[in-house]
Design a protein around this ligand. Structure first.
Ligand code: URA
Length: 441
């Protein structure tokens, strides 16, 4: 087999077989295939696409390029969740304890934030003492004892993906549905998932800007899951405005605690209940999403979900007082208001611009090496559809000092658009994609 022929076949739009794909992936990870040949292959995929079968084979080759986590010591079918990321996206902090309290084991490997998108590990690390680096034994024994643990992904999971992504990043080949879908699914499969629930977001603050693109990506991932024996369901959700009110690490932990107490923002609660319902169904804990939702609503109201969060924090060395009183979280020195300069209804609270404002305060990273200030961020008072009077507070900027607070106030002000009339729909969940097709809501 010659790499040259594989590149040529893909360039000419022919379908590759599984042996050709694994030859390419294995050779690349072993350092036998140079970057320039892999880059040419990725560009050929960018233009020619991949069939569902090829995408499944690529996913499994990448998943098999490093360790596959063995979760067989945990009971039941292991269901993982993945979000394509966004602004104010603290779903893992809420959803993990929620489904763990329903008896689904949650051995969750998460990532750090980059750019305007936050990361679960950075949020958890705002809890004093919380450890996200556990050995595999510590990780599995925490899940066995408490039902949930959230840790960082090890470098040995799907190394082919890390290497290929680094090349895609500098060769303009990130935006390819088969490459994105196989990248995400390979990491979930290497993490030991037997079934997967995906939160695929669209909108200004999301990776996929348009609804149709998000549905296309979701459909590709659901199809990969089906073809490799990992039942997959995707929830399509809107990321035109931030999820919930809080954007920024400690601020989001506080909001997650509120949500786990049953007093959270409606959009965040709705999204977590929807994702959680499908996790319960795929995990065999409920016959259908409606009965799963009733179980989760009962658990939220009973305080068991918050209790599970507190147990997880304790098991990972964190200060459990945070679960009862958010004032134990780091707090910013300055809190500056963003005020409306005309009366009206909020038409837009642009997620990307608000995410950038939070990043400018230090809540996010410009590069992988940048430090993160866990105390800072933005808390919205008004979201799309809300009424605000002239001079009323639209949002608060939690800043390290007055100067950066003022700059963030200007940025957040520009993220808002007002209208004399209330906008039409601003629902969070827009569609469900399963192996049977797309159900628009
Ligand atoms: N996220 C991933 O994990 N992989 C991609 O290719 C794009 C987004």
């Amino acid at each position: 087999m010659r790499v040259y022929d594989i590149i040529m076949r893909k360039r000419d739009g022919l379908e590759l077989d599984g042996d050709e794909i694994s030859f390419l992936v294995d050779g690349f990870v072993a350092g036998e295939i140079p970057d320039y040949q892999m880059a040419a292959f990725l560009m050929a995929v960018y233009f020619r696409g991949m069939t569902a079968r090829e995408t499944g084979d690529l996913t499994m080759s990448m998943a098999g390029s490093g360790d596959i986590v063995d979760l067989s010591c945990l009971p039941g079918r292991k269901v993982d969740k993945h979000s394509t990321g966004g602004v104010g996206d603290k779903t893992s902090l809420v959803l993990g304890p929620m489904v763990a309290s329903a008896g689904i084991p949650v051995p969750k490997m998460s990532g750090r934030g980059l750019g305007h998108t936050g990361g679960t590990l950075d949020k958890l690390e705002s809890i004093p003492g919380f450890r996200v680096s556990l050995s595999m034994d510590e990780f599995l024994s925490a899940v066995r004892g408490v039902g949930i643990a959230i840790v960082g992904q090890t470098g040995r999971l799907a190394p082919a993906d890390g290497k290929m992504y680094a090349l895609r990043d500098v060769t303009a080949t990130v935006d390819s549905i088969p490459l994105i879908a196989s990248s995400i699914m390979s990491k979930k499969i290497a993490g030991g998932a037997e079934a997967i629930v995906l939160d695929v977001k669209f909108g200004s603050g999301a990776f996929m800007k348009g609804y149709e693109d998000a549905v296309g990506l979701a459909t590709a991932m659901v199809s990969i899951g089906g073809s490799v024996g990992r039942e997959t369901v995707a929830v399509i959700s809107c990321m035109e405005q931030p999820l919930g009110f809080a954007v920024g690490n400690a601020l989001e932990v506080a909001e997650a605690v509120e949500t786990l107490s049953g007093r959270g923002p409606l959009d965040l609660t709705e999204l977590c209940l929807t994702l959680g319902s499908y996790m319960l169904v795929l995990g065999g804990k409920a016959p259908d999403p409606a009965s799963a939702r009733a179980v989760l609503e009962g658990l939220l109201a009973s305080g068991k979900c918050l209790e599970k969060f507190i147990q997880m924090v304790g098991a990972q060395g964190g200060d459990t007082s945070v679960g009862r009183d958010p004032s134990f979280l780091p707090r910013a020195a300055v809190v500056a208001p963003v005020r409306a300069d005309c009366p009206g209804y909020v038409l837009r609270a642009d997620a990307l611009q608000i995410g950038r404002a939070a990043m400018s305060l230090g809540a996010g990273r410009l590069t992988k090496e940048s430090p993160v200030d866990r105390s800072v961020g933005i808390v919205l008072e008004k979201k799309v559809g809300d009424r605000a009077e002239d001079g009323e507070v639209l949002a608060w900027c939690h800043a390290p000092d007055d100067a950066s607070g003022e700059a963030a106030v200007d940025m957040v002000k520009r993220a808002y658009a007002m209208s004399p009339d209330p906008p039409l729909s601003h629902r969070i969940v827009r569609a469900i994609v399963t192996g049977r097709g797309v159900e628009a809501l």
